[in-house]
Design a protein around this ligand. Structure first.
Ligand code: FES
Ligand code: FES
Length: 161
């Protein structure tokens, strides 16, 4: 019989506790047990970024992260950065700049951009490229996504001036 491991962590700002087999992946726990389905699964091998979550504020691939590694940490999914009504400024910028088509990659991008802007509200082109290299989009391309992020960076620069 598989030994279960007890873990406790914060999920989108709420404390949760559960007992799981040690090989449970974070994406399965969050989607199937806690019902946060905004996280997408695609490559299952840490290539596409569709499954991005924030672990203690940093983007990670939840398809290759063991849920036990989230013990005592803060896990954030797209639901956790989406206001109860409306959209976050990152989500709004994606919409305004047409950075979404099918939207499958969008939760992962939004989380990566959210983490980047928390770290540096006015990132350089180089920093943006570096931060987003783990996220792939098959239909929008990257120009619109770039424009969306640049608009947020220029806002931050203008506010700082
Ligand atoms: S599904 Fe996790 S990186 Fe692609
Ligand atoms: S909008 Fe379809 S994969 Fe990015």
């Amino acid at each position: 019989m598989t030994q279960l491991v007890k873990i406790a962590f914060s999920l989108n700002g709420r404390p949760v506790e559960t007992s799981i087999p040690p090989n449970t992946l974070l994406i399965d726990l969050v989607r199937d047990c806690f019902g946060f389905k905004g996280t997408k699964r695609s490559c299952d091998m840490e290539v596409c970024g569709a499954c991005t979550m924030l672990l203690d504020g940093e983007p990670i691939s939840s398809c290759t992260t063991l849920a036990v590694d989230a013990d005592q940490c803060e896990v954030t999914t797209i639901e956790g950065v989406t206001p109860a009504s409306g959209m976050s400024r990152v989500q709004e910028a994606f919409v305004v700049h047409g950075a979404i088509q099918c939207g499958f990659c969008t939760p992962g991008f939004v989380l990566a951009v959210t983490a980047l802007l928390r770290r540096n509200p006015a990132p350089t082109d180089e920093e943006i490229r570096r931060y987003l290299r783990g996220n792939l989009c098959r239909c929008t391309g990257y120009a619109k996504i770039y424009e969306a992020i640049k608009s947020l960076a220029s806002e931050a620069n203008a506010n700082a001036a």
